[in-house]
Ligand binder design. Structure first.
Ligand code: ADQ
Length: 507
């Protein structure tokens, strides 16, 4: 069996303050098979050393490097979270395109490649994750790495005209063609990528394969799932039951509405609060009958846009309570901290409504967690933004436009009044998808497709050259192209049936 080498910006082997969806997914997705997880340790040092720290965590090999302060600023805060994150979430107004950030991004990707390459063994499959590391594949190829390399983007791919606002956007898009396989969350993301590759870069699509920049790669959707078995076990734990009891007691005679998000502008928290305010305005008789709990721990607090967002959310929550609270009741609670996943499971279960209304989201695992935590005999209702990747699969949620406070208010009214029979019918269907398309299926499917991409052997010279130039280098790279072989086209059906799994058909 091949060893899987997973590379992500952060290596987060234990649940902690900075864990987001990617860390949660990888921790559970990697359990079981031989694997190495490589990435940043989370530590910052004055000057980069390139020293790799290796350790074993359970059955997982972990290798990390420290980042130097200047790299942290330029690569992490600057390019990754100050330019790519807002751009890929359609917030070009917040994107900061400084050339020094792009240089730091390129430098760290090169450093990661140089630190990782000596750890690779024959037969390894390499799987690179997310927007921090788009050029890593090209950097590894430049160092002569021949192993199959796949890439998965956890966040949305932006619309063509937005992507073109990024200086040197062609370099970034071209870097993806160093991979054997590129995975995105949804067909919408694949379409947006195609639009760029075909219309901006003069490429063509043939089945799953996209050819552009004189190279080709497979680009298709692999919707990520929940670590469902693990989450179900957590939701039966004493910690979950205690949290559920606590919230149920606190919300006695009231319907609990819950939102759980990292405090990020992509999650639509202020818009959601406006929707809740509209609901109270439209239904004054319900003011004492509902309690909205918004859990939103701070993330990326050093970035200005996040500080502004935090102030906005706290001001709105304050306004809602100032308007509607009475001496013995406040309609909402806004909590700025992390909870253990088991506690979250208990909180979800106590809530009659799960409000998941991002303005833009690659998938959104909170939506799936909310469904998994429900009591099958009395499940709550999921309200889900149409702009979350999850809405492509979870058609039995109440799908809303998060920009419209009236629509959010109407959805809240429908959810709170929904009869038990309809709640059970919707939940049954949602839960079937959460169980079937779990994180294990996602991983197996991606890895099977990556193996097929490698094994789809053909005669020498048929395969378009792989990217050998590093991100940002001139096309006339003196290293020149390396001729490689191109196999018969890998069809998506073959890839999925190889893993014995198909994604839920988008509605
Ligand atoms: P995120 O943007 O982090 O992930 P999401 O998928 O919702 O978004 O995952 C968040 C995770 O963090 C969930 O597992 C949730 O339980 C946890 N979490 C949130 N608030 C918490 C709190 N207060 N305490 C403890 N845990 C908390 C990125 C993309 C998503 C994509 C995932 C996975 O932005 O679109 O779904 O990667 O690919």
């Amino acid at each position: 069996m091949s060893r899987l080498v997973v590379v992500s910006n952060r290596v987060a082997t234990t649940e902690g303050a900075t864990s987001g969806g990617l860390a949660v997914a990888l921790r559970s997705g990697l359990a079981g098979d031989p694997a190495l997880w490589f990435g940043w340790s989370g530590e910052r040092v004055a000057a980069y050393t390139g020293d790799v720290t290796q350790r074993r965590v359970g059955d997982l090999d972990v290798a990390t490097v420290d980042l130097e302060e200047a790299d942290y600023e330029a690569y992490y805060n600057g390019y990754s979270n100050g330019a790519l994150w807002p751009l890929f979430h359609s917030r070009t107004d917040l994107a900061d395109y400084e050339r020094a950030f792009a240089e730091g991004y390129r430098r760290v990707n090169r450093r990661f490649a140089e630190a990782l390459a000596p750890l690779l063994q024959p037969g390894d499959l390499i799987w690179v994750h997310d927007y921090h590391l788009i050029p890593l594949g090209a950097e590894l190829r430049r160092l002569g790495v021949e192993a199959p390399i796949g890439f998965f983007l956890h966040i949305p791919w932006p619309a063509r005209q937005l992507f073109a606002t990024l200086p040197r956007h062609r370099d970034l898009a071209e870097a993806l063609f160093a991979y054997d396989l590129v995975g995105m969350q949804t067909d919408d993301d694949v379409e947006a990528f195609d639009s760029y590759a075909l219309h901006e870069a003069g490429g063509v699509r043939d089945g799953d394969r996209v050819e552009a920049f004189g190279r080709s790669t497979i680009v298709r959707a692999f919707p990520i799932g929940l670590d469902t078995d693990n989450f179900l076990a957590l939701s039966r734990s004493d910690e979950a039951i205690r949290a559920c009891d606590r919230m149920t007691a606190h919300g006695l005679f009231r319907s609990l509405i819950v939102g759980v998000d990292r405090l990020d502008y992509s999650k639509g928290i202020p818009e959601r609060l406006l929707g809740f305010e509209q609901y109270l305005r439209d239904h004054p008789d319900m003011v004492r009958k509902v309690l909205y709990l918004q859990i939103a721990p701070s993330s990326r607090g050093e970035v200005e846009a996040y500080q502004t967002l935090r102030a906005n959310v706290l001001a709105l929550a304050g306004r809602i309570n100032a308007t509607w609270a009475e001496m013995d009741h406040a309609p909402m609670l806004c909590v700025n901290r992390n909870y253990a996943r088991a506690e979250l499971a208990g909180i979800y279960r106590a809530a009659k409504v799960g409000l998941v209304t991002p303005l833009r989201d690659g998938m959104n695992l909170v939506a799936k967690e909310y469904v998994a935590a429900q009591d099958p005999s009395d499940p709550g209702v999921l309200i889900l933004s149409r702009f979350a990747g999850a809405s492509r699969q979870m058609r039995d949620a109440l799908i809303v436009n998060p920009y419209s406070p009236e629509e959010l208010a109407d959805a809240l009214a429908s959810a709170i009044a929904m009869p038990l029979e309809e709640r059970i019918r919707r939940w049954d269907s949602l839960m079937a998808g959460v169980v079937r398309d779990d994180v294990g299926a996602w991983k197996d499917c991606f890895v099977a497709a990556l193996e097929l991409a490698r094994d789809s052997g053909a005669s020498e010279g048929e395969r378009p050259r792989r990217a050998t130039r590093a991100f940002g280098q001139l096309s006339a790279d003196p290293l020149g192209p390396t001729p490689l072989r191109l196999g018969p086209r890998l069809s998506s059906d073959t890839a999925f049936s190889a893993a014995g799994w198909r994604p839920t058909a988008p509605g």
